[in-house]
Write a protein that binds this ligand. Structure first.
Ligand code: BG6
Length: 496
């Protein structure tokens, strides 16, 4: 695509995301010569920095978090010249006159053509205000598809606030100008779900209710809430991971082939998946949703705090740090195929993966190791770590008779020696600069995903005594989550 000269304005520039993710990603783009010729980054927040102190802090972030973390002094100096800073009280409309002047000056000094990409990496309370204040000073008007607005998660805290926020944004910006981030879509391996499905002739004919027994998606993290207790205690795993990241994965796994690779075509197909999610009824809310919270434990030689002891967390908190869910997609392709998703903090390991479980052969001809019939054919799309694709298939054990055992056909990204795998923010920022919204969520899709999870939130709110299972930190979550899958000897896949 085409990339035009522009200014990237980062609101919330003094925050962690800017330091750890955005600037390092921009630096990596710079090192690969992917930034536009005339390009400026303007950090905006309340904290007082000079350009020099802002650059120092950002250089520090680059040294820690960029892929190219040991740049020459010359490279860093050239990049630093693109970095500017403006301190304003972002909650005050009148302050935006300063931004207006600053942008004018940058355009004049750096020939950035009046093209602005606004990145909202602020507390969510400002997501509605900033666009309004930008509009007040005409900063929502432009040309060439600009200005554009990138909005970080969380997008709303329930279905109502998400609808409201969309409505508000649309008063000042057009849908085509709004880029809602879900960083999972920026992951190389997540995009590869589309390629695996639609670039290969061998999977798609099997990718339906006739051959697939069930689909399982896991996003486990070994970390706890890591100093984000204040935010997390009001969010919980359902809002933090399921409403966005996991449902996006579901959409990519379940969607019909798009007519082309474009923002419109892909997001239309994803939307149809969200519309086909069978709404959870009372019976499902009791039986198909499991929530858990990690408790202190001494495991593998370490001591882990319980969730309720974390800083910023209510000592009586009933916020879930784990959730597992069974549901169906009521459409032609998926009728009757259960989908299982789970996510949790303080699990034994950090792993995100999609597992497609294929149905067994209609007749069992061979003797096999017991594990083969239980496991069956699985296609595992590993999002991270150890990015890759694994196909579990039956093979004859050499020797007498016809004994079958499971073997792995395994592809690892790390075997691609020459290939640089860009980080999620790198890809998303570049797409945002180019005006390609394919890997961003569209307003209607996001609302539909909220509609699906809202009954769970309501159920928990109105039934505070609905079970919240404790699980020792460092384990795979509540035992009863296995019963969710429950068929004969079936459990989740437990990657080690
Ligand atoms: C974020 C959540 O969106 O995703 C975090 O707010 C979570 O709680 C993170 O840790 C997981 O992202 P990743 O890329 O590490 O899987």
């Amino acid at each position: 695509g085409q990339i035009q000269d522009q200014v990237l304005v980062i609101f919330g520039a003094s925050g962690d995301l800017t330091y750890r993710k955005l600037i390092p990603a921009l630096f990596d783009l710079f090192m690969q010569d992917l930034l536009p010729r005339n390009f400026t980054i303007l950090g905006v927040s309340r904290t007082e920095f000079t350009d020099a102190t802002f650059r120092d802090k950002m250089n520090d972030g680059i040294r820690q978090f960029a892929y190219f973390k040991n740049p020459s002094k010359e490279k860093l100096t050239v990049f630093d010249e693109k970095l500017h800073y403006l301190a304003i009280e972002t909650k005050e409309a009148s302050e935006y006159v300063k931004l207006q002047h600053k942008l004018k000056k940058i355009d004049h000094d750096h020939q950035t053509g009046g093209n602005y990409l606004f990145y909202l990496s602020t507390p969510p309370a400002l997501y509605g205000l900033i666009p309004q204040f930008l509009a007040k000073f005409g900063l929502n008007k432009g040309h060439n598809g600009f200005p554009r607005l990138i909005i970080e998660k969380p997008f709303g805290e329930d279905v109502y606030s998400a609808f409201q926020l969309n409505k508000l944004l649309l008063e000042f910006f057009k849908e085509e100008q709004i880029y809602r981030i879900d960083h999972y879509l920026g992951k190389e391996t997540v995009q590869n779900v589309l390629v695996t499905r639609f670039a290969n002739g061998i999977y798609e004919p099997l990718w339906n209710r006739n051959y697939i027994d069930r689909v399982e998606i896991t996003a486990a993290e070994s970390l706890g809430v890591e100093g984000r207790g204040g935010y997390y205690d009001h969010a919980g795993a359902l809002r933090d991971m399921v409403q966005n990241h996991l449902l996006q994965l579901v959409a990519l796994v379940a969607m019909e082939p798009p007519t082309e690779i474009s923002a419109g075509a892909i997001r239309n197909e994803k939307m149809k998946v969200f519309q086909s999610l069978r709404p959870l009824k009372e019976h499902d809310l009791f039986n198909s949703v499991i929530r858990g919270q990690y408790m202190s434990s001494n495991i593998r030689g370490g001591h882990f705090k319980g969730y309720r002891e974390e800083v910023g967390v209510d000592p009586m908190s009933r916020t879930e740090t784990y959730v597992a869910l069974k549901f169906f997609i009521d459409n032609w392709r998926w009728g009757g195929v259960p989908f299982y998703i789970r996510t949790g903090k303080r699990m034994p390991t950090r792993v995100s993966e999609i597992v497609i479980h294929f149905k067994p052969t209609p007749h069992k001809l061979f003797v096999s190791n017991p594990d083969f019939w239980t496991m069956g054919n699985q296609l595992v799309l590993r999002i991270h770590p150890d990015e890759g694709i694994l196909l579990k298939t039956g093979m004859k054990v050499p020797g007498a008779g016809f004994e079958v055992k499971t073997v792995n056909m395994d592809f690892h990204y790390k075997d691609l020696q020459e290939t640089y795998v860009p980080g999620a923010y790198e890809r998303l920022l570049l797409d945002g600069m180019m005006g390609d919204a394919t890997l961003y969520t569209r307003g209607d899709g996001l609302e539909a995903a909220w509609c699906f999870v809202q009954p769970i939130l309501d159920f928990w709110k109105h039934n505070p005594n609905a079970p919240l299972y404790g699980y020792p930190a460092g384990t795979w979550g509540p035992d009863c989550a296995d019963k969710l899958i429950g068929g004969e000897k079936q459990t989740w896949r437990y990657p080690c």
